[in-house]
Design a protein around this ligand. Sequence first.
Ligand code: ZN
Length: 339
Amino acid sequence: MVNVQHYLGVDVGASFIRIGVIDEGGRVIEKIKVPMPPEGDEDTVANIIIKGAKEDLAKYLPSISAVGIGSIGPLDLRTGNVIIAPNLRWRVKRFRLYAPLRTGLKLPIIIGNDAMASVWGEYLFGQGVGKNNVVYITLSTGIGMGVIVDGHLLVGKDGNAHEMGHAVVDIESDLQCGCGGYGHLEAIAGGGNIPRSARWYLEKRYRGQMSEVALMVKEGRATTPDIFNGYRKGDSFAVEFIDYVLKAIAAGVANVINAYDPEIVILGGSVFLNNSDIIMDGLNKYIKRYVVNRMPEITGTRFGDDIGIIGAAALAIRVPDSLKPFIESQEREMAASKG
Ligand SMILES: [Zn+2]
């Protein structure tokens, strides 16, 4: 193993931190998964990553040449920190990644947002190979997006370009998103919000018969899988509500196609992976009514859950030009804070 180069790919999600050992060709050699703790301090996430690398994955550590991180956001890429997302209910307002990881692992650290990492992984190793205009959308606890236009990974001033989860897809909705806004795609269709969104729909819009799922939603005991299962069984409320969710997703994806004119749109994330048949059918049915540009190919990721760690490693395997100035800035910030 002495001459083999490996990379660590770390997917920091709202529910799990996944760490993978990835080879130069984007293949997963080994992986571990740690639940995101319900509460933590500024260095809890970094410490979980360091412990995983030094203990569970210790035998690979000598062959690791860099660490790529794809994290939930919002990010502050100037410092390499993460602003605590609405999906995480921690007391501290941010957690640190760059400084503690750089000090703890003594390896190059490349940080991006999770969907940004995933699109880079698809571009280097997946269905984006050979294409210059690629979009990746994760439908998971939250909704995120990564975009490559003309071969260039879009990053933005702080690392939060194209916060697609907060695209407005229902201007009449008074359902508040975790971010405080209204009518946002993530409030309607994010896996973490679907039960709340269903309850809102039941109270404000549903005029049909009470059904088994409607009753569960009313009593606050319906999970996101319960509601999708209800749709599969033809439950009258679940069918109408999920149809609304599918229209919202189609509108969101259409906004992206109209904004960036991609050759391919790749979907992933747990909500998509568990319901890809329903969501692809919904897109086929509704997206054309919202799209102006020539339709791109729309497909699911072939990497399943592993896209997060593969994408994160991809950031380290070939560092995107648009991330390089941020790494310099993170290094300067770290040196400054050490005095
Ligand atoms: Zn929002």
